[in-house]
Unconditional design. Structure first.
Length: 172
């Protein structure tokens, strides 16, 4: 049910359960989410080691539709902040339109001094796929991510890279 924002998640959960949604359901969910943000959240196996190597090769960025405050809390709580320049971490509530609009990705590419074709968007969802296509940017699909189930075969192209673990990024 995740992947399209908190409001959609809450709506889907109540619809699936057949329970009438209270007026304050979204606010209650967001409050609980903030309190428990890092309770079960962990980096994927091999992610830290992969980021250690990649940061020596290229500028890294985070582009998410998650609110920036939660994004920074997660990066901080998982000791991942050190891999990203703060200006290269963009959330869905920032100055740019949310993915799949390509504006934020283009901003990150310009900031890093790279052309779209010389960067790669690593993602796991249909939203990430549409963002990469809109930005004319190569796409690497993380099959291990929760969003992989949202992708259909017709969304993918022969040029897309598909990986099953973060470490596979190091061989590309």
């Amino acid at each position: 049910m995740v992947g399209d924002g908190a409001a959609t998640l809450v709506a889907r959960a109540f619809e699936a359960s057949g329970i009438e949604r209270p007026d304050d359901a979204l606010e209650r969910y967001l409050s609980l989410y903030r309190e428990r943000l890092l309770v079960h959240t962990r980096p994927y196996a091999g992610m830290v080691e992969t980021l250690e190597v990649l940061r020596e090769r290229a500028p890294l960025a985070v582009l998410t539709n998650k609110p920036i405050r939660a994004t920074l809390q997660i990066l901080d709580g998982l000791a991942l902040t050190k891999f990203f320049d703060r200006r290269a971490v963009l959330g869905g509530d920032g100055p740019f339109a949310r993915k799949p609009d390509p504006t934020a990705l283009h901003h990150l590419q310009t900031q890093a001094g790279v052309e779209p074709g010389n960067s790669v968007l690593v993602g796991d969802s249909a939203i990430d796929c549409r963002t990469a296509r809109a930005a004319d940017t190569p796409l690497c699909i993380a099959r291990y991510g929760f969003g992989f189930a949202t992708l259909t075969p017709e969304m993918l192209s022969a040029h897309d890279c598909i990986i099953d673990s973060p470490r596979e990024l190091l061989t590309l």
